[in-house]
Design a binder for this molecule. Structure first.
Ligand code: LHQ
Length: 267
C-alpha cells in the first residue's frame, strides 16, 4: 500500500521510507484528539499496513505539541456521545487498538508531547515508547467521570504494576517523561529535537530484523502471564516450529557461522 488512500486522508498522514512507516496524527489544533473521522482513517491505514510486508516497522507520532489528548470531547458532547459510548468504543476505538496491538510489525510510539486518555492508551499499545523530554502521560479518564478504555486497563498494570496503575488511573495526575521512564512506562527519554531521529534509528534496527520471527515473538509475549507455564511451553514450541521453517532462520544461522550480518527477507 505504502501511501494507499493517502490523498484522501485528512486527519492522519502516512509515509514509508525504506521499510519504516510513519503514521502521524494530524489534528494539531485540537491536540490530536480523536474524532470518529480520525478513528476511521486510522483503521483504514492500519488495515493496509497489516497486509503490507513492505512496512517492516511502524512509528506513530503526533503533529504539533501533543501526541494525542484522547477522545475529542467537543465531538463527544456535540453528538450526545455519552448515551452511545459503549457502542462507540466497540465500533470505532476497539478495532483501531486491536489492529495496532496485533500488528506483526514492531511498533514504536514516538511520544512528542502530552498523551492523555485514549491517546495514552494508543501509546501503551505500541511495542516501544520513546518519549520526548517534554512529553506527559495522563490517565485523564477519571477527570471526566469515565474509566480507562482503549486497552489501558489491560496494558497499564502490565507495564507499571497494579499499584502504580491504580495510582495513575484514580488520581489522573500527569506523569513527566522522566517519571515515566522510572515507572517503566517508556523505554527511553530523548531531547525533544532528537525524538524522530531516535525513533527512526530504532526503527532502522528493527527493520533489519527477521519479520516473521518478530511477529511470532510479539504473539508469544502478548499471550500474557495468565496462562500456565505448561501452556506457554507448548505455545512457544508451536511458534518456534513456524519460525524455524523460514528462510530467515536459515539465513540467520548461516550468517552466524560465516561471521557476517544476516540479510533477512521476511520469509
Ligand atoms: C481538547 C481536548 C480534547 C477536545 C484538549 N478534546 N479538545 C472514549 C470514547 C468516547 C468518549 C469519551 O472518551 C473516550 C476515551 C477518552 O479519551 S476520555 C479522555 C478524554 N481526554 C481528556 O479528558 C483530556 C482533556 N484534555 C486535557 O486534560 C488537557 O487539554 C491536556 C492535559 C491534554 C493538555 O493540557 P494543556 O497542555 O494545558 O492544553 P489545554 O488544556 O490548554 O488544551 C489546548 C486546546 O486543546 C484547548 O482548546 P482551546 O480552544 O481552549 O485552545 C482544549 O480545549 C483543546 N483540547 N484536549 N480531548
Amino acid at each position: 500500500m505504502a501511501d494507499s488512500g493517502r490523498e484522501s486522508l485528512k486527519t492522519v498522514s502516512f509515509t514509508k521510507v525504506e521499510g519504516v512507516g510513519v503514521l502521524t496524527l494530524m489534528r494539531a489544533d485540537a491536540l490530536n484528539a480523536f474524532t470518529t473521522e480520525m478513528l476511521a482513517e486510522l483503521r483504514q491505514v492500519l488495515d493496509a499496513i497489516a497486509h503490507n510486508k513492505e512496512v517492516r516497522v511502524l512509528i506513530v507520532t503526533g503533529q504539533g505539541r501533543a501526541f494525542s489528548a484522547g477522545q475529542d470531547l467537543k465531538e463527544h458532547v456535540n453528538t450526545g456521545g455519552a448515551a452511545s459510548i459503549g457502542s462507540h468504543l466497540e465500533h470505532h476505538y476497539n478495532p483501531v487498538l486491536d489492529r495496532f496491538y496485533h500488528l506483526d510489525q514492531p511498533t514504536i510510539a514516538a511520544v512528542n508531547g502530552v498523551a492523555a486518555g485514549a491517546g495514552m492508551s494508543l501509546a501503551l499499545a505500541a511495542d516501544f515508547r520513546i518519549a520526548a523530554e517534554s512529553a506527559r502521560f495522563v490517565q485523564a479518564f477519571v477527570h471526566v467521570g469515565l474509566v480507562p478504555d482503549s486497552g489501558s486497563t489491560y496494558l497499564l498494570p502490565q507495564l507499571v504494576g497494579l499499584s502504580r496503575a491504580l495510582e495513575l488511573s484514580l488520581l489522573g495526575e500527569a506523569v513527566s517523561a522522566s517519571d515515566a521512564l522510572r515507572y517503566g512506562l517508556v523505554n527511553r527519554v530523548v531531547p525533544d529535537a532528537d525524538l524522530m531521529e531516535e525513533a527512526r534509528a530504532l526503527a532502522a534496527r528493527l527493520a533489519a530484523g527477521p519479520p516473521v520471527a518478530m511477529g511470532l515473538i510479539k504473539r508469544g509475549l502478548h499471550r500474557g502471564p495468565e496462562r500456565g507455564f505448561r501452556e506457554a511451553l507448548e505455545y512457544e514450541a508451536w511458534l518456534q516450529a513456524v519460525a524455524a521453517r523460514t528462510a530467515d532462520h536459515e539465513e540467520g544461522v548461516h550468517a552466524f557461522l560465516e561471521k557476517r550480518r544476516p540479510k533477512f527477507q521476511g520469509r
